[in-house]
Ligand binder design. Structure first.
Ligand code: NAD
Length: 476
């Protein structure tokens, strides 16, 4: 039995969903001009309310303002501008060649909006990962209901305000709440569900989507490895790894989860990593807990999870190389550990926090085998100047994305599809690929009237027809 407040929410969901179904049919005819106007409205609101966005996200987990500017506001604005610039071209029907055997017919791909869509967002980039997919949904001409995460209430309320102040609820609506609200939404027959979150919840979403045969994009997580080859520029690598790992206090789906470093340079590289942490977060040696440039874990439950990962690892023999301090207000010091073993929870689960395990390897083969024994990661990072090593790692491993000589930067490259593979995700996002995720690529064939090359193949199968069919088998 649903409790009364839940049945009220269900009623509201039913009402909005019905309105969006009607609106989705109207949006089928929407021009690029109309969609661009919607995207511009979104951009205008963001530009006008930047300070509110910063305040809301900061209130949730003390994310530093420059990090909010880059990874929440700039990321979304650049996605909008990219869509505005290219939308007309993306929407144009794409002509494809027609084979000789169908001479006279013409073929093209027409991009039609999938229709009603549901966007379920996580908490770690609470603005970006709710509004980024909305950009693709609007570009493709879809309606959308957004369910932001309950873990970041200030940001969720802000996403709701943005939507209420910018769109009619028959086009875009927001339902805040716990997983029960997600489940109520998931009972509706959406044409597409775009989910960003953990692989465990991703499976629940996919099962629910199967009930209605809704298509899905699943943007999931996992353990993204970073290989430091002996031919890497180690100083450059240390700076980039520390930035991407401890940005957002380690709560980034594409953060380097662990480092595999060549044994010959391991000790030196560990020293560089530690030095970088000091340079970035404690340049005046006042203690990292006082740095305004370092975010916090999202809540006490998550702090406990990270503490448990560290204590389980230490209990099983891991060595704390640096950091480990944690304390009031969900602070957890940037931490490096070594002497890892596979039975440690930290080597099995996505860490999603500021602990960096560093493992050694003696040749590239060993590193590649280690990665291939684990589920396919969302991202893989390789630091080396050796072109053969670059080619080898790209060819012999599988991951959603791969970046050479940097980490996490690919998220902001709108020309590249963003997403995972198998346990790290299904489907792709960003730019044209986000537009495609929310579009049905309809195949259209136009045949001529009267005589065609295929008519002689119809029954009754006379001598002529049989000869043509036999001929086709000979040639193809
Ligand atoms: P989560 O899976 O716990 O929650 C995501 C959303 O799903 C939230 O809105 C939540 O309310 C909802 N949800 C939770 N349980 C549910 C259930 N049983 N039924 C229906 N809905 C449910 O993820 P999170 O903790 O918010 O985010 C962290 C995870 O997201 C990490 O694994 C991270 O790697 C991943 N992530 C992936 C990307 C990406 O782009 N691939 C980006 C950010 C985060």
């Amino acid at each position: 039995m649903q409790n009364p407040s839940n049945s009220k929410i269900q009623e509201q969901i039913d009402e909005v969903f019905s309105a969006q179904k009607i609106q989705a049919l109207k949006m089928r005819n929407s021009t690029s001009l109309l969609r661009i106007a919607l995207l511009k409205k979104l951009l205008d609101w963001i530009k006008l309310n930047q300070e509110d966005i910063r305040r809301a996200v900061h209130a949730d987990f003390k994310k530093p303002y420059p990090e909010i500017n880059i990874s929440e506001i700039y990321a979304v604005n650049s996605e909008i501008n990219h869509a505005i610039k290219h939308l007309e071209g993306w929407m144009k029907p794409k002509k494809v060649p027609t084979p000789m055997t169908m001479l006279g017919a013409k073929s093209h791909i027409q991009f039609e909006p999938k229709g009603t869509t549901l966007i379920i967002a996580p908490w770690n980039y609470p603005f970006n990962l709710a509004i980024g997919p909305l950009v693709s949904a609007l570009a493709a001409g879809c309606t959308a209901i957004i369910k932001p995460s309950e873990m970041t209430p200030h940001s969720s309320a802000l996403v709701r305000r943005l939507v209420v102040e910018t769109f009619d609820k028959s086009l875009v609506a927001v339902f805040e709440g716990e997983k029960e609200v997600s489940q109520m939404l998931l009972s509706k027959p959406f044409d597409h569900i775009f989910f960003t979150g953990s692989p465990a919840v991703g499976k629940i979403i996919m099962k629910a989507a199967a009930e209605n045969l809704s298509s899905v994009t699943l943007e999931l997580g996992g353990k993204s490895p970073t290989i430091i080859d002996k031919k890497a520029d180690l100083k450059d690598a240390a700076e980039k790894v520390i930035y991407a790992k401890f940005l957002n206090c380690g709560q980034t789906c594409i953060a380097p989860d662990y480092v595999l470093v060549h044994e010959s340079v391991k000790e030196y590289f560990l020293g560089l990593l530690k030095e970088q942490i000091g340079k970035m977060y404690d340049p005046k040696k006042k203690g990292i807990e006082h740095s305004k440039d370092y975010a916090r874990l999202v809540n006490a439950k998550h702090l406990k999870k990270i503490k448990n990962l560290l204590s389980d690892a230490e209990m099983k023999g891991a060595v704390l190389y640096s950091g480990g301090d944690n304390g009031p207000e969900e602070y957890f010091e940037p931490t490096i550990i070594t002497d890892l073993k596979e039975d440690m929870d930290i080597m099995q689960e996505e860490i999603f926090g500021p602990i960096l395990p560093v493992l050694g390897f003696s040749d590239l083969e060993e590193a590649i085998t280690y990665i291939n024994l684990k589920p396919k990661p969302l991202a893989l990072y390789l630091f080396t100047t050796d072109k053969d090593a670059q080619k080898r790692v790209l060819k012999e491993t599988s991951s959603g994305s791969a970046v050479i000589n940097d980490c996490a930067l690919h998220f902001l490259q709108n020309e590249l599809p963003f997403g995972g593979v198998n346990s790290s995700g299904i489907g792709k996002a960003h730019g044209y690929h986000g537009f495609l995720a929310f579009s049905n690529e309809k195949s259209v064939m136009k045949q001529r009237i009267g005589k065609t090359l295929t008519k002689p193949l119809h029954p009754p199968y006379g001598i002529m027809g049989r000869k043509i069919i036999d001929g086709l088998l000979k040639w193809f």
